[in-house]
Design a protein around this ligand. Structure first.
Ligand code: FAD
Ligand code: FES
Length: 240
């Protein structure tokens, strides 16, 4: 973990409620790790997954859900943000030649950086993007560069009509390892059906770096902290 002052390069709207922010000055981030931004006017930092990282610039993709993320939408280019970087344990990057990435809603964000790195390691990547409707399926064009992309929506407006687990069934047969990020019910359903995967979890966080135990979850090896031992866990170790 490092405390760094990052400079906003851009902060653009992607959909009605989802924005993309790029910040420079970050020393290191691995796929699946997260940052904690101190949004001006707030005392509690907000955690966000890294959606891309290259040459010191991180991208975060955030959904407006409350006061902090609403405030973020007004942050201008060149603003400086006090940030904790390189937080948590990210995705494992080896072990599968045919990985399947499953993203639900804003959970697609951390899979972009992961997909690029796996593609650069010459893995045969399949990506399943899931949402309530097609507007939830962000970054479709970018992800097509890194693998074969499939879609599932609850309302059938794009791809398979149904939920992530239903859509994943046939793809599970073509992979030996999956990576998933999305809403907790989706992750729970995937893990119960197939435990050969890694799940990126969210939890309400206090400190964000392992000091307060506020983000503990139950695992087969006892309680673990989402911010420190996670946010990525093996599906086989989680007790939902
Ligand atoms: C490791 C991690 C990575 C995350 N990555 C992303 C990301 O890439 N993009 C993104 O949009 N969001 C991400 N989140 C969720 C994001 O941190 C919250 O949406 C944000 O902190 C809400 O702040 P707020 O002030 O707008 O909302 P608040 O006013 O604090 O709360 C509004 C709503 O958001 C919920 N919420 C608040 N904090 C969290 C939290 N830590 N986890 C889940 N729900 C929360 C509250 O229960 C409430 O329903 C991540 C969370 C974690 C723990
Ligand atoms: S948020 Fe404090 S230990 Fe995880």
């Amino acid at each position: 973990m490092k405390k760094e002052i990052l400079k906003v390069q851009s902060n653009e709207r992607l959909t009605d409620t989802i924005y993309e922010m790029k910040l420079s000055g970050c020393s290191s981030m691995l796929p699946g790790q997260f940052v904690e931004l101190l949004i001006p006017g707030f005392s509690l930092r907000r955690p966000f997954s890294v959606a891309e990282y290259s040459k010191g610039i991180i991208t975060i993709i955030y959904k407006v859900t409350g006061r902090g993320t609403e405030e973020m939408t007004a942050i201008k280019k060149n603003a400086k943000i006090d940030t904790l970087t390189g937080l948590g344990r990210g995705f494992s990057l080896s072990g599968s030649e045919h990985p399947l990435l499953i993203g639900g809603g804003i959970g697609i964000a951390p899979l972009i950086y992961l997909a690029r790195v796996l593609y650069e390691r010459e893995k045969s990547v399949k990506i399943l993007l899931c949402g309530r409707c097609k507007n939830d399926l962000i970054k479709r064009e970018e992800l097509k560069k890194y693998g074969e992309v499939f879609y599932a929506t609850d309302d059938g407006s794009c791809g398979f009509k149904g939920n992530a687990l239903e859509a994943a069934q046939s793809l599970f047969k073509q992979t030996d390892h999956y990576y998933a990020c999305g809403p907790m019910p989706m992750l729970k359903a995937l893990a119960k059906n197939n435990n050969k995967g890694e799940l990126s979890l969210e939890a309400h966080m206090g400190c964000g770096f392992g000091a307060c135990m506020g983000c503990s979850i139950e695992t087969t090896e006892g309680p673990k902290r989402v911010c420190k031992e996670g946010p990525v866990f093996l599906a086989s170790e989680l007790l939902f």
